[in-house]
Design a protein around this ligand. Structure first.
Ligand code: ATP
Ligand code: MG
Length: 400
């Protein structure tokens, strides 16, 4: 007997009442998508757990994929047997034999109350059986080298020896969609990742100003979008031509308010794209007090132009924590490539750090941006990234 299943535990997902079925189906299709290289794999979603039938396949690459899927609390390689005491004994012994160590513990969990033996009693029965049949092992309930978990569920019993932590969160696509304002910086991809973790499907929007921003700067954002597909499946990226808007701001607005007005226009354009895509919120990588433009006053003044909810997962995070996450999700190396961003090109020498709503409205009043906004929306290019699309992967090396 050997490990023939991967048992997936949901955690928080299991608490979602009547939506539970929808959450489980979403997770199931996300698992299926992540494992698209194995089209024949059988993946079954039950009320309180999911399992993948390995059918003789090497579990390691499948285990690796499962580590990146939101909505999985933990998972384990498992032996699945019918709810029969003798079969369970046999599998538990086999699981122990596959491990290295000297001490073990049995943890039995009986969610199927129709099974006639209680958990505590099963622990003793199984412990005794394992001790009798394996000379080198002893029991240690406090700090065992190996914990054999026996989960007696309705459909079957699963025997596992290792618990692999999952990413937690909720399955992507189960809580709606958000439009992520993505620069080429460190913060916004992390903000996208954290929003996805709460089950949100992400589309990204990027403002670029050719010829002042280069193809390489655009490539950087495309590579970031590609990297995010690892966690959320397909990512649609909207590339907005922003040159004319920026030039107009630069020409017609007071310099120190240029940054604030530019951000307001980004939000107005983003809102229109969101509307077109039937998306109900925006997400940004803003973090309070991190840079001069991210003051409370600035947020208050910039936010005035939209009543869409703005998700700011990083608002209370320290930069060092944000960097840690960006390294973990492998966006850091892309984000630190030294290419210009549209914001840094027209950046005023002394941007207003405490912009006021009245002032900015006064400055914007004589400038009519309606046509410019419409033109930017119309000229927006949309690119789709999917985990299965290696042609979209970085051409950065060749460009060097
Ligand atoms: P990031 O690391 O995400 O660039 P930042 O610390 O540099 O963030 P800002 O430049 O003040 O912060 O930008 C704040 C937020 O505005 C970004 O996190 C991003 O969500 C959005 N943003 C900035 N520039 C762009 C852009 N060119 N296209 C789309 N969104 C942008
Ligand atoms: Mg930035």
């Amino acid at each position: 007997m050997k490990y023939d299943h991967i048992l997936i535990r949901y955690g928080e997902l299991a608490l979602k009442g009547k939506n539970q079925k929808f959450f489980i189906n979403t997770l199931r299709s996300n698992v299926q998508r992540a494992l698209k290289d194995y089209p024949d794999l059988s993946i079954k979603g039950k009320r309180d757990h999911m399992y993948i039938l390995l059918d003789g396949r090497d579990p390691d690459p499948i285990v690796d994929k499962c580590k990146d899927i939101f909505g999985i609390q933990s998972f384990s390689l498992a032996m699945k047997v019918v709810n029969d005491e003798e079969k369970i004994k046999e599998a538990a012994l086999e699981a122990l034999r596959l491990e290295n160590g000297q001490t073990f513990k049995i943890t039995c969990k009986r969610s199927n109350k129709d099974f006639p033996v209680r958990s505590q009693e099963m622990n003793q029965i199984l412990g005794g059986h394992l001790l009798r049949n394996s000379e080198e092992w002893t029991v240690n309930v406090r700090e065992p080298d190996v914990e054999i978990r026996v989960e007696i569920r309705h459909d079957a019993t699963y025997i596992t020896a290792r618990n692999i932590p999952g990413k937690g969160g909720l399955p992507v696509g189960s809580t709606g969609k958000s439009l992520l304002l993505m620069s080429g910086g460190i913060d916004s991809p992390v903000a996208g990742y954290l929003t996805m973790k709460r089950g949100v499907k992400i589309e990204a929007i990027h403002f670029h100003s050719p010829p002042f921003t280069s193809e390489r700067a655009k490539q950087k954002v495309e590579d970031l979008a590609q990297t995010l597909t690892k966690f959320g499946g397909e990512v649609k990226l909207h590339l907005v031509p922003f040159t004319e808007v920026q030039q107009k701001i630069f020409k017609e607005a007071p310099e120190n308010y240029g940054m604030t007005i530019m951000r307001r226009l980004m939000l107005r354009i983003s809102e229109q794209i969101a509307q077109k895509e039937e998306i109900l919120s925006l997400t940004t990588g803003e973090s309070l007090g991190q840079v001069a433009s991210q003051t409370m006053e600035s947020m208050h003044t910039i936010n005035e132009v939209t009543n869409y909810p703005i998700i700011r997962p990083l608002v209370a995070m320290d930069k060092s924590d944000i960097i840690d996450i960006s390294k973990e999700i492998e966006t850091y190396e892309i984000s630190i490539r030294p290419y210009e961003d549209c914001c840094t090109i027209f950046v005023p020498k002394q941007p207003k750090t405490r912009p006021k709503r009245e002032k900015v409205n006064q400055f914007e009043a004589p400038i009519d941006f309606t046509d410019d906004i419409a033109k930017a929306v119309e000229g927006t290019e949309t690119v789709m990234f999917s985990p299965s699309n290696p042609s979209q992967e970085s051409e950065f090396d060749e460009l060097l």
